[in-house]
Design a protein around this ligand. Structure first.
Ligand code: S3P
Length: 179
């Protein structure tokens, strides 16, 4: 059975946990569109996130996230939204949709990135993953906040993107296809 959804589903979680992959898998299984906040920012600025950080700094990037959050709140519905790892800080997060936190450990995230055939690119495109020690302390600082923001917490441990996507959609009762 398929239930219509009017609010968006917003995926939050640390860099590299698989928010984008899971959002696309959810689209495939539900026939709902998905979009990615970092993609929206890159298209608005016509440059890569890495270049925005290099040329204008993190603070400017955070302003772009807030601007994107306002735009999403006003213009987007019935959509699966994947976010950057720091997007949870936007002021209107809960007004955009129902927040789903994709939970993992730092080591599992690192392993996921490093085992990817294009791992070098995956690391390069994320300025805050350059220094792994700093990234780990950022992870530890953020996990409590992710949990606080979330309506639903999904453990990604030992699950494929397909399984995680299905789990979320079943929770929202919008699973529409056999996979
Ligand atoms: C960031 C995560 C990145 C991207 C930017 C900042 C963060 O997105 O938005 O590099 O602050 O955690 P991903 O979570 O998709 O890697």
């Amino acid at each position: 059975m398929r239930t219509r959804m009017s609010k968006n589903i917003v995926l939050i979680g640390f860099m590299g946990v698989g928010k984008g992959t899971i959002a696309r898998e959810m689209s495939k299984q539900s026939e709902l569109y998905s979009l990615d906040c970092d993609d929206l920012i890159e298209s608005l600025e016509n440059r890569k996130i890495r270049r925005i950080f290099e040329e204008d700094g993190e603070e400017y990037f955070r302003q772009l996230e807030q601007k994107t959050a306002k735009w999403l709140e006003k213009n987007v519905k019935n959509t699966i939204i994947s976010t950057g790892g720091g997007f949870y800080k936007v002021k209107n997060l809960k007004k955009i949709g129902t927040i789903v936190y994709l939970q993992s450990t730092f080591d599992a995230i690192l392993e996921r990135i490093l085992s990817h055939p294009n791992s070098k690119r995956k690391l390069e495109k994320r300025p805050l993953l350059k220094d792994l020690k700093k990234a780990k302390s950022l992870f530890e600082k953020r996990i409590k906040s992710y949990e606080k923001c979330a309506y639903i917490v999904i453990s990604t441990k030992d699950k494929s993107p397909k399984e995680i996507a299905k789990e979320i959609l079943v929770l929202f009762r919008i699973f529409s296809k056999q996979v």
